[in-house]
Design a protein around this ligand. Structure first.
Ligand SMILES: [Zn+2]
Length: 208
């Protein structure tokens, strides 16, 4: 049976599901049938969870992590060391760093990595915001001590780290800029690193 022969609402569901990462047409079809067979409350629960997350979750005004308040929980936590900023690509990268229990500073989420080929330029990321944040802390007499560049060990992640390191060095020569130690699988995402490997990479971070 080809997709075109399904009723339009079923086709719409399959089309939407197929947009999810890692979900091809066949998986989309299987998921759609699963949802059709599921109890109504489960299906509605899924739909409502998606709507709620889009309505209530936004980006933290300080670090651009996901939050349901103006500031995320980490930025609100007074025990965190604000003089240390860990720069990551995506909000999903904060979770593995937290799981290491090695890091007690704050974060800055870029919203991606530099990739001119894909049309991702510095102004598409929260790089200017990071520089402002470092400058504002300095102005307030709470100078940032260290910026840890924890972008992914991929070509785009490395390029992003080098670009930011250069900008920070120009503006704040006294600031220590570090990069996670190698040992992380090259070409992979932070998100998939286990906490032991990531913890070691953090402990062995090197100056850039
Ligand atoms: Zn925050």
């Amino acid at each position: 049976m080809s997709e075109a022969s399904y009723a339009p609402p079923v086709r719409r569901l399959m089309t939407e599901l197929a947009k999810l990462p890692g979900v091809g047409n066949r998986t989309a079809q299987r998921l759609a049938f699963h949802i059709l067979r599921a109890p109504t409350e489960d299906a509605v629960g899924l739909a409502e969870a998606i709507t709620e997350v889009k309505e209530k979750i936004s980006l933290c005004e300080v670090c651009f992590n996901l939050t349901d308040e103006a500031r995320c929980r980490i930025c609100q936590d007074t025990r965190r060391d604000e003089r240390m900023i860990c720069v990551v690509e995506e909000p999903s990268d904060v979770i593995p760093m937290e799981r290491t229990h090695e890091y007690h500073g704050v974060y800055h989420v870029l919203g991606g990595a530099l990739s001119p080929i894909d049309g991702v330029d510095p102004e598409d990321l929260k790089i200017a915001e990071l520089l402002e944040r470092v400058a504002a802390a300095e102005g307030a007499g709470e100078r940032v001590r260290e910026v840890v560049l924890a972008t992914n060990p991929t070509t785009t992640g490395e390029a992003t780290a080098l670009h930011i390191a250069e900008l920070l060095r120009e503006r704040s020569p006294e600031l220590t800029v570090t990069r996670l130690a190698s040992g992380l699988p090259v070409g992979s995402d932070l998100e998939y690193a286990d906490e032991v490997t990531l913890g070691k990479a953090f402990a062995g971070r090197r100056a850039l």
